[in-house]
Write a protein that binds this ligand. Structure first.
Ligand SMILES: Cc1cc2nc3c(=O)[nH]c(=O)nc-3n(C[C@H](O)[C@H](O)[C@H](O)COP(=O)(O)O)c2cc1C
Ligand SMILES: CC(C)CC(=O)C(=O)O
Length: 356
């Protein structure tokens, strides 16, 4: 089974409106398409006669030493994909040694997500993705909730000052969760109504000062997700971010930005090794991971493929997704003459069809 097979199986099980919510992007879905296409524009230029019997692919990430190089990116509403929802994703990620980024928009409360991960692994790494709330006390309550639950890092999403215009959702009229589902982390917050899709407000006026404020609220490492401009990557590091995530939200926010992969080298140069750089958007095969690591990423995130695995087969489908990517990546590393991730260097990535 390949990731494409899991995608097809998921398409068969999901309500078409929910399928579109996950699969879709903003506007004409140019960025969505470009994220994947960007990987196809690159080729790997292997080195020979320097491999080894086994390879070390684990990476050290904030609050997650020795993690798999593939992180489960935060995706909303897992109980729409499968009744076991985020619990299944958590158990699968823990079993595969992958960081799970759960978030504000999870349909399972963060404490239960961490508890599920601990059913599988002694010391799982669960990060909490935060949409900073327009009201500071709500953000502070969410940060406390994540820390109390046992999350080992925070991920602050900064690419969504306003919500993207998702053409498929607008056409389908998908504006709220079906009865019985809620954004569970948004319950019982200071002054907030009970949970639901519309109860995750964006913060158009969010600023670097708010990031400073969040950094002061917690001792957890804080990663900044949704950086594309090298100057912002530099600022994130200067403000104390423990990591930078190059992402265009899977093509779901601004439909005029570059592919995430095309922004990676500039951000990696700006960060200059001071903190880990992660990227997500369009990672669909092991060779994609190799290209991203060679271009300066410490690890990659995957969004939709995890949801397809979950919808197709629950926990085992998510495990299959993560294991496939891990095995394909290890195989690619071997074919490129690598013993460890750092053996993939930028000179080993060339533009397909162009002389180098
Ligand atoms: C259904 C869905 C829900 C998402 N929800 C969130 C979210 O709540 N917070 C967030 O920061 N990113 C969210 N994202 C973006 C992902 O974290 C990630 O950036 C993106 O999916 C990566 O692209 P890929 O799906 O091509 O792997 C979501 C993406 C999808 C597809
Ligand atoms: C509920 C939304 C805020 C989740 C999201 O970020 C997305 O759908 O891309």
């Amino acid at each position: 089974m390949t990731l494409d097979d899991l995608h097809e199986a998921a398409r068969g099980t999901l309500d078409p409106v929910h399928y579109d919510y996950v699969a879709g992007g903003a506007g004409e879905e140019r960025v969505l398409a470009d994220n994947e296409r960007a990987f196809a524009r690159y080729a790997l230029l292997p080195r020979v006669l320097r491999g080894s019997e086994t390879r070390r692919t684990a990476v050290d990430l904030p609050g997650a030493p020795g993690a798999a190089p593939v992180v489960v990116a935060p995706t909303a509403f897992h109980r729409l994909a499968h009744p076991d929802g985020e619990r299944a994703t958590a158990r699968a990620a823990a079993a595969e040694g992958a960081v799970l980024v759960t978030g504000a928009a999870a349909t399972t409360a963060v404490a239960e997500v961490v508890a599920a991960a601990r059913e599988t692994a002694a010391d799982p790494a669960v990060w909490f993705q935060l949409y900073p709330h327009p009201r500071r006390e709500v953000t502070a309550a969410l940060v406390r909730r994540a820390a109390d639950a046992g999350c080992t890092a925070l991920v602050v999403t900064v690419d969504s000052p306003v919500f993207g215009r998702r053409t498929r959702d607008l056409r389908n009229g998908f504006t709220d969760l079906p009865p019985g589902h809620a954004a569970e982390n948004m319950r019982d917050l200071p002054g907030a109504p009970p949970g639901g899709l519309t109860d995750i407000p964006m913060s158009p006026a969010l600023s670097w000062r708010d990031l400073d404020d969040i950094l002061r609220m917690t001792t957890l490492p804080v990663l900044v997700k949704g950086v594309l401009h090298p100057a912002d990557a530099r600022l994130a590091v200067e403000h104390g971010a423990a990591g930078v995530l190059v992402s265009n939200h899977g093509g779901r926010q601004c439909d005029a930005v570059p592919a995430a992969l095309d922004c990676l080298p500039g951000v990696a140069d700006a960060v200059a090794g001071r903190v880990p750089v992660l990227m997500d958007g369009g990672v669909r095969r092991g060779a994609d991971i190799a290209v991203a690591l060679a271009l300066g990423a410490t690890a990659v995130g995957v969004g939709r493929p995890v949801v397809w695995g979950l919808a197709a087969e629950g926990e085992s489908g998510v495990r299959r997704t993560l294991a496939l990517l891990r095995d394909e990546y290890d195989h690619t590393l071997a074919l490129c003459g690598g013993r460890r991730n750092a053996d993939l260097t930028r000179d080993m990535v060339v533009r397909r069809g162009e002389p180098w």
